[in-house]
Every structure is written in C-alpha cells, then in structure tokens.
Design a protein around this ligand. Structure first.
Ligand code: CTP
Ligand code: CA
Length: 225
C-alpha cells in the first residue's frame, strides 16, 4: 500500500492508541520512568488516521510532534493514562496499548523535595502496583465487538511467553517484539509476531514502525469487518 493512496478501511471508526512511557513521581522534581519514545504508538496513530479513522492518542511523556488530524490527550502517570484510555474507549471500535505503563508507582508522594540527611543511609522506596489498563479494557469491552491490542517485549521462549501473556490479559491481539540477540547473525534485531486469541500468528519482518502499524490495522480491520 503506497502512502499516497491508503485504504480508507477504518473510515467511520474510532480508535484509541496509547503511546510513550508513564512517569511515576516521587516528589515534585523526581520520577520513576522508562525509555519509551512513543514512536510505535505515534506511527499507529498516524497510520490509523491515514486509513480514515478518528484517532485518540493518549500520549505519556512523549516529545514527538502531535500527528495531524489526531486528538492527543497528554498524560503523565499510569493512573492518569488509565483514566484517559477508559474514557476514550467508551465509544471506541479498537484500543491499542502501545504505551510502556509502569507496573509500580511509589507508595507515597512527597509534597516537598526529598532531602539527604547528614550521614544517614537513604530510605528504601516503597512501591505499589499500578492498574493493568490492558487487562481492564479487555475485560470491560465497553462496546460490543471492540478489538483490543496489546504489546509485549519478550526474550527466551518468545512465543510461549507471548501466548501466556495474551491469555492472561484477555486481549484479541498481542504484538510480541523479540528482543535480544539473534542466534543466526549474532546481531541485535527486532522482529515482531502478532499473536491472535484465535490462535493465529502473523510474522512481521524487521522494518519501519509504520509497516508494523499497518499490519496491526490490517488485523484489526479484519476483525471489525
Ligand atoms: N500494560 C497495561 N497496564 C500495565 C502494564 C502493562 O495496560 N500496568 C499493557 C502494556 O501497555 C502492553 C501490555 O500491557 O500493551 C503488556 O505489557 P507488559 O509490561 O509486557 O506486561 P505485564 O503484564 O506488565 O508483564 P511483565 O511482568 O512481563 O512486565
Ligand atoms: Ca510490565
């Protein structure tokens, strides 16, 4: 499919994409975060808009420019991301969770900047679990036939880990990125396999994030039809 003439197979659909990485504050100046750039989620938002969808992009701390024709909802923490995704999902045909959501957040937030105490060892940071947005959205299905997609990076037994995660989350599709060394060439290379709850497996060769995004929307569109 050329970028000049994308299929309008998502016309009339509302899709929600989460992107970026959440930041969990410790105090006014510090947070626990991750290195997600938001690129895959933004590529998903752009390609969905190009295919005719109305797109809500829930963007966690990404510095990328907002894609044209996309409603961007900026969020910071996992709790804020959950609220925005749940709200946008109420009338969504598809929800794609590309964001790196922190599994834990600090149990306490210090209103003032945390200071060192003379000669004292630092206090350990207590953490609590964050809500699992993908599992919640999958269980709720706020609209009949809503398609829910998750992402996972796995090592070791990638497909078995992915299958187990797909079942645990209850989503329709799980995009599994293989991370780590490829045994054939000894170089690091990302490859994705999209696992379907129906048992399907779609291999996506190494390539631009738009290509993976388009494969995801092909699979979503097929399930919406
Ligand atoms: N996810 C989510 N809410 C969380 C954690 C993850 O919605 N609190 C979503 C991510 O956006 C992603 C999918 O779940 O689409 C898989 O994330 P991953 O971190 O691989 O799954 P976890 O269940 O957190 O498993 P792990 O212990 O391997 O981190
Ligand atoms: Ca996790």
């Amino acid at each position: 499919r050329g970028p000049e003439a994308p299929a309008a197979d998502l016309a009339g659909r509302h899709v929600v994409v989460s992107a970026g990485g959440t930041r969990e504050p410790l105090d006014p100046v510090r947070f626990l975060g991750n290195r997600s750039s938001g690129r895959q989620g933004y590529a998903l938002a752009r390609t969905a808009a190009a295919r005719g969808a109305r797109v809500t992009l829930v963007a966690a701390n990404s510095e990328l420019p907002p894609p044209a024709g996309v409603d961007v909802v900026p969020v910071g923490t996992a709790v804020q991301l959950r609220e925005a995704v749940v709200k946008a999902a109420t009338d969504a045909d598809a929800v794609v969770m590309a964001a790196a959501v922190a599994d834990f957040r600090p149990a306490a937030y210090a209103q003032g900047k945390i200071k060192k105490k003379d000669g004292a060892e630092p206090e350990p940071v207590a953490l609590v679990r964050n809500p699992d947005v993908l599992a919640e959205i999958s269980a709720a299905r706020s609209r009949p036939g809503q398609v829910v997609v998750g992402f996972a990076a796995e090592t070791d037994d990638v497909l078995a880990n992915g299958r187990a995660k797909l079942a645990r989350k209850g989503c329709d599709l799980l995009v599994v990125n293989e991370v780590g060394e490829r045994k054939t060439f000894g170089s690091t290379e990302n490859e994705a396999v999209v696992l379907g709850a129906d048992g399907s497996e779609t291999a996506v060769p190494h390539g631009p994030k738009e290509a993976l995004a388009d494969t995801v929307w092909d699979l979503v569109a097929g399930r919406l039809a």
